[in-house]
Design a binder for this molecule. Structure first.
Ligand SMILES: [Zn+2]
Ligand SMILES: [Zn+2]
Length: 272
């Protein structure tokens, strides 16, 4: 069975299909061939639901086009191409997510929590727009841990997204401990997400940091010995390999915790 190290595989990418990414799937394949260490390229477009629950995601019929396009590229010579999707955790859609894997034949689905329900407007808003996450911390933790426990997903994506604009404090740490202990208990793999290195959070004093990954969060991951992986979460083919994410893993002592991925006829699974 072929086994791939983190340097050889990237399972989290977005193209023009998602509406906020750039490049076609073929552009990503061309970029992959420019990085000969990369042996496996996984497409993971943001999932839309048949009733179009997520207003700012692509239309459902476009999601179907994406899946067809990705499947047509699976026979690319010299590169293993996988077709997946990044799904927003939502208990109302677990049957649909299961259908994507078991009936529609996606190679994997990634689990994410991107949105919170704004208390004032009642609308779904992206955590990246939440200037103070404190009132929403318990929502994030309960959704993220439910996603980890669901057994549907291959990876828990950007688990520290909630720290985007809020500086590290004891409440954020408490949330981190709950998420990380759930990952440990369920054997779920947490993702060091390279997309955070493309973004900036400006602190009150004018200094900047990347919104995620957050070193304090990953220090606890290391202490608890929870398994992790690296994905670029590229939204542009040029960002296909996230060098800063690999440097982050090494600087934060996470290299020994990185899983390898085994790909067989039965699918993809982590090798510890
Ligand atoms: Zn995401
Ligand atoms: Zn993503």
């Amino acid at each position: 069975m072929p086994i791939f190290t983190q340097n050889e595989i990237n399972l989290h990418t977005h193209s023009f299909y998602c509406g906020h990414g750039t490049g076609t799937l073929k552009d990503y394949i061309a970029e992959a061939f420019k990085n000969p260490q990369l042996k496996v390229l996984g497409f993971s477009e943001h999932c839309q639901t048949p009733d179009e629950f997520y207003a700012d995601r692509m239309r459902y019929d476009v999601f179907e086009d994406y899946v067809e396009d990705a499947f047509s590229l699976k026979n690319t010579e010299g590169l293993t191409v996988l077709c997946g999707a990044e799904c927003d955790w939502n208990p109302s859609y677990t049957a649909y997510y299961r259908y994507l894997k078991e009936r529609m034949g996606l190679d994997y689905i990634l689990g994410s929590v991107h949105y919170y329900r704004d208390r004032e407007s009642g609308r779904l808003r992206y955590y990246g727009k939440c200037l103070d996450v404190t009132p929403y911390l318990s929502d994030y933790v309960s959704e993220y841990t439910a996603m980890l426990r669901s057994g549907l997903f291959l990876i828990g994506c950007h688990p520290d997204l909630y720290c985007y604009h809020t500086e590290w404090n004891s409440l954020l740490e408490e949330a981190a401990r709950e998420i990380i202990s759930t990952a440990k208990e369920t054997g779920m793999i947490l993702e060091i997400n390279g997309c955070g290195f493309q973004k900036k959070h400006i602190r009150e004093d004018g200094s900047t940091r990347h919104p995620y990954p957050v070193p304090e969060f990953w220090k606890i991951v290391r202490e608890e010995g929870v398994r992790c992986c690296i994905n670029s979460d590229a939204h542009h083919p040029a960002h296909l390999i996230s060098h800063p994410a690999f440097a982050f893993a090494s600087e934060n002592g996470l290299e020994d915790l990185l899983v390898k991925w085994e790909i067989s006829d039965e699918g993809i699974r982590a090798v510890l």
